[in-house]
Ligand binder design. Structure first.
Ligand SMILES: [Zn+2]
Ligand SMILES: [Zn+2]
Length: 255
């Protein structure tokens, strides 16, 4: 049975040094409810340490939280990596941490990285530097995330920095992805005009929110359940599933 889900699949918590301290689980879930969102994803930079707190804060609210991460590859490309369970994202985090340079965060330069426990209480500051590149290539991330039954979506592909198009010059056709994210400043029509290669991919539009007021309800998913597997099928346009952005069908327009 089809259902329609409003989704914002790219949110930062107070763990991301560039995010405001108001990005705590209780407020994020409250804002999601105010916006009528049914699915949100927690995607801090190179870490999922605060994901459990947001998952737990949403229990019983009708909002599904996909625990994830925004990984920076060695080409300085940002990729959203989304999962269904905390176990999956924890396994992924182990791989990411093992491939992050062991540098310390400079709070004066980048900001604080506030860690929360599973019930959302502050437990201290993470002192390893999150805002940096992992040793993974774009292909490595897509492959490893697939092996963990997760989903990889290139982030803000229309931006001039940290995007797959700006940094690689194109989206490698063999890359195992079905959809890409456009940023808050770009609509789906404009994105497809600027980047004709996007015709091969479904588009989603998320907020990349670092503040509560930045969260958006631009993406609607027609699918059976709020899971990564269904999201993956929706991006691929399988068996009647659909993706809409700003009220327009945003599935791939060519195969
Ligand atoms: Zn980014
Ligand atoms: Zn981001």
């Amino acid at each position: 049975m089809w259902r329609f889900f409003l989704a914002d699949l790219h949110l930062h918590t107070c763990l991301s040094p560039c995010a405001e301290l108001e990005m705590v689980p209780e407020f994020i879930v409250e804002r999601a409810q105010d916006l009528g969102l049914q699915i949100i994803a927690v995607t801090d930079h190179n870490s999922a340490e605060n994901a459990a707190a947001v998952v737990n804060a949403a229990r019983g609210t009708g909002v599904t939280v996909l625990p994830g991460m925004e990984v920076q590859t060695r080409e300085e490309v940002h990729l959203l990596t989304l999962f269904d369970t905390l176990e999956q994202v924890t396994s992924w985090q182990e791989q990411v941490y093992a491939n992050l340079p062991p540098l310390k965060n400079d709070e004066a330069l980048f900001g604080e990285q506030l860690l929360l426990d599973a019930v959302g209480e502050p437990v201290g500051y993470l002192d390893r530097l999150l805002i940096t590149s992992t040793g993974f290539s774009v292909e490595d991330v897509a492959k490893r995330v697939r092996e963990l039954d997760g989903l990889c979506i290139p982030a803000h592909v229309d931006r001039p920095m940290y995007s797959i198009i700006s940094n690689l010059g194109f989206i490698p056709p063999e890359l195992d992805i079905q959809g890409v994210e456009i940023s808050p400043n770009t609509g789906p029509v404009e994105a497809r005009e600027r980047f004709p290669q996007l015709a091969r991919y479904s588009l989603v539009a998320s907020s990349d929110a670092h503040r509560l007021k930045e969260m958006v309800r631009r993406t609607t998913l027609k699918m059976e359940a709020p899971t990564v597997a269904e999201l993956s099928l929706a991006l691929a346009g399988v068996e009647g599933r659909e993706v809409w952005v700003d009220g327009l069908r945003s599935g791939a327009t060519v195969c």
